[in-house]
Design a protein around this ligand. Structure first.
Ligand code: HAM
Length: 414
């Protein structure tokens, strides 16, 4: 026997109930986001590698270790998208969306690729629902996107969710703060984890993320970016919080909130759930006022988030799969009756009703069992006496003509 294949590590097949739960989740996202004026966008699964190197940031784990990069065929290096923000900003520029009323509000549901170590809740191909609102630096946009994610998580019944927010200021503030933090880290080099020391030049902020006890002790006394914000940034952050307060959205201010991508400026936020264990991030995002310039456009502010579909499904309690009701099951006795049965099922479907036909070569008895399992409202049986139609609700059963079947089915309440 030849080798049997399995889905590659860190990937999975979407089957049955999970497929149904995903559809329900997508329905909630569409309803909530389109009602708030977000328009669906779909970008290609791969982009020029340089877009991510410049957009996401050369020092991030995502760009350094996790990208699936290949030769694209024209001597251009391409990368399977590890995230959606840089591609959406690329599309905003490419399609001159700055000419539309700002901010342009877009949402997506797509799959992303990161070569991470697979574990519970962490995949190499995963799905995100996300939004990007591009073209306004109004703190009300930050507050609005945060509320939309809160609403989505609430609608699908995510349990134990908490929201942390912070502000990273502008690049200038960050640069000055970075130098201050680097000097502080160098002064404590002996107490820090090796990998933290190795990253002092490239990404000192990640030191706040470390679970190394010595590093944690040092970081407890480290200078905080939130205390170094410019007046404009402090005010921006205060307005975001005031708006969240005004609508009763609970949050915690986290002065050390670090996100894994480099493009963030000002507001950052993360929703996490205790129900998830180590990979507790359900969704997160923030403002990226410098990203569009990084990828060759004019200065254009933006803010958005993404939430992991797998993570939502792991924490959600109420994503009940909705089975569409089955109007008719068509059973038939013997292959000579297959054509007539096939035609009936096709006609019923063309009339906008749901119908299922025996396709597994089962005996009539087996077919009737299937009809019961499928919860069919009507069962049509092609047998020796013509067509018998059974109404599963009333139990009534009678011999009918073909067109009478249609007549009965069309009376079922949708
Ligand atoms: P991110 O924090 O890298 O942000 O990913 C967002 C969410 O995607 C995470 O909170 C998590 O739920 C899910 N996720 C990330 N990696 C994996 C994985 N390997 N397996 C399963 N789920 C995963 C971004 O991607 C930004 N583009 C968000 C954003 C949009 N910021 C501004 N706009």
């Amino acid at each position: 026997m030849s080798e049997r294949f399995q889905a590659p590590r860190g990937t999975y097949d979407v089957l049955g109930e999970e497929a149904a739960a995903r559809e329900t989740l997508e329905g909630h996202a569409r309803r909530i986001l389109e009602r708030a004026g977000y328009e669906r966008i779909e970008t290609p699964a791969f982009e020029a590698t340089e877009l991510f190197a410049r957009g996401v940031g050369a020092s991030t784990d995502v760009v350094q270790k996790e990208m699936y990069t290949l030769e694209g065929g024209d001597g251009q290096s391409i990368t399977l998208r590890p995230e959606g923000t840089a591609p959406v900003c690329r599309a905003y520029l490419e399609h001159g969306m700055h000419k539309r009323p700002q901010p342009v509000k877009l949402w997506y549901l797509s799959s992303y690729f990161r070569r991470e170590r697979p574990q519970k809740g962490r995949f190499r191909q995963f799905w995100q629902i996300g939004v990007e609102a591009i073209g306004s630096d109004d703190p009300a946009v930050d507050a609005e996107v945060i509320l939309l994610l809160a609403e989505l998580l609430e609608a699908v019944g995510c349990r134990g969710v908490r929201l942390r927010i912070g502000s990273l200021g502008t690049p200038e503030t960050r640069r000055a703060y970075r130098e201050e933090l680097q000097a502080y880290l160098r002064a404590h080099e002996g107490e820090l984890a090796e990998e933290v020391v190795a990253r002092v030049d490239l990404n000192p902020l990640r030191a706040f993320d470390s679970d190394h006890p010595g590093t944690q002790r040092v970081m407890a006394g480290a200078p905080r970016l939130l205390d170094r914000l410019s007046d404009a940034d402090r005010e921006h952050f205060a307005t975001v919080r005031a708006l969240l307060d005004a609508v009763g959205q609970a949050y915690e201010v986290d002065a050390t909130l670090v996100r894994g991508l480099d493009y963030y400026t000002r507001t950052v936020f993360e929703f996490s759930s205790d129900a998830l264990g180590a990979q507790s991030g359900v969704g997160g995002g923030g403002r990226y006022d410098g990203l569009i310039e990084q990828i060759g456009g004019p200065h254009t502010p933006g803010v958005g988030w993404a939430t992991g579909v797998e993570r939502i499904l792991m924490t959600a309690s109420t994503i009940a799969p909705v089975e569409p009701p089955l109007d008719l099951f068509v059973a038939y006795d013997g292959p000579e009756r297959q054509v007539a049965a096939f035609r009936l099922a096709a006609d019923v479907r063309r009339a906008g009703r749901t119908a299922r036909l025996e396709l597994g070569g089962r005996s009539l008895k087996g077919q009737l069992k299937q009809a019961g399992r499928a919860n069919a409202r009507y069962v049509a049986v092609f047998g020796g006496d013509g067509v018998t139609l059974k109404d599963s609700e009333s139990g009534e059963q009678r011999t009918v003509e073909m067109d009478e079947v249609m007549h009965h089915i069309s009376r079922v309440d949708l």
